[in-house]
Design a binder for this molecule. Sequence first.
Ligand SMILES: [Mn+2]
Length: 354
Amino acid sequence: MKIIHCADLHLGTKFASKYPADIAKQRQSELRTAFSSMIDFALHNDVKLILLSGDVFDSDKPTIKDKDFFYNAVRNNPEIDFLYLNGNHDKEGSYLQTDIPNLKTFSKTNFTSYTYENIVISGIEMDTTNAQSFYSMLELDQSKLNIVMLHGDVSDSKGMDKVRIADLRNKGIDYLALGHIHSFATGRIDDRGTWAFSGCLAGRGFDECGEKGFIMLDVADRISAQFCRSAARTIHKVDIDVSDCGDLYTIQQTLKQQTNDLSGDDILRVELTGDLAPDIDLTDNDVISALSRFYFVNVKNNTSVRIDPSAFDSDTSLIGEFVRGVSANADYDADRKNMLIALGLKLLSGREVE
Ligand SMILES: [Mn+2]
C-alpha cells in the first residue's frame, strides 16, 4: 500500500511581511496548489492514504477560502483517506469538519488508531496536559506495521512541541510521521523504526530554503520511505563576498555568475558580505535588477566600506578636510572612524544614504 506523509502546509500564511502584496497573494495560491498537486500525484500513483502531521492551516482562524479549498479537496477524493492530526498552529480544531467520511481525525485525550490491512496508524494531538504523559499511553500490537503520527520537534527532553525519541524506543513503531520542522529530516528510533519530518510542501519565508515536498511510503512486509520533491519553486540563500569586486559592473557580473545554475522560477535571499571601496555606490536595486530573471529577490547588504584615509592626504577639497578631521579625532575608535568617513563620503558625494 502506498501512503503519503506530509505536514506543515500552513495554508493561509500571511506573506505580507516578506513579499509585496501581489507576490504575497500569488504565494498564498501556491500553498493551496501545492496541496492539490500532491493529491494529483497521489491519484496517479495509487496512493490510498495521506497523512497530514499537523499545521495544515497557519492559524486557528483560517479564511473561508483556504478552509473550503482544503475540505473540498478531501471531499472530492473519496478514494483517498486523509488522516489529519492537528499541530500547534491549528490546535483548536474548532473549524474541523468531521462529516466527511474520508477525513479521519485525532484527539488530545488518547491515541486514536486507524487500521488498513496490516497497517495500524496511531496519533495523538499534543497539548500542555499530555505533552509529558502521552508516551505511556502508546500501546501497539508488535505483530502489525505501526505508523505513529505526532507534531513536535525531536528532542532530548519532553514538553510542548517536543518528541523525546528515547521514550518511544521498543514500542513497536515502524515509522514515526512527524510534523513541525519545515525541512525533510530522518533518523532512527530503535532497531525497528525510523522517524521522519516531511517538511513543508513549499518554502515560504527566506529561512525555508532548499527542496520541499512530502514522503512517499511504500508499505509491504516493511515500510520504505522516499522523499519526493514537490515545490514549484525553491528558496535559496546565496551568500556572496564582494570584497574582490572593484566596481559595480563586476559585482553584478559576480551575482549573475554565482546564481547561474538556479532556476528563474526560484526565490533568492542574497546576503552580501565583504568590504567595498567607498566609491562603489551599491544599492539593493542594483542587486535586484542584475538578478531580474528570478521570481523574487530579497537583499541583505552586510557589506562595509573599506577606507584608506592616507589616500586623502593630498586632497585639498572639503572631502579631504573631512577625512583628515575624523582620522585625527582621538574620541573615535577605528571602526567608528571608518563608519563616519564612509557616511561622510556618501553625503558629500551627493549619494542617497539608506
Ligand atoms: Mn508546527
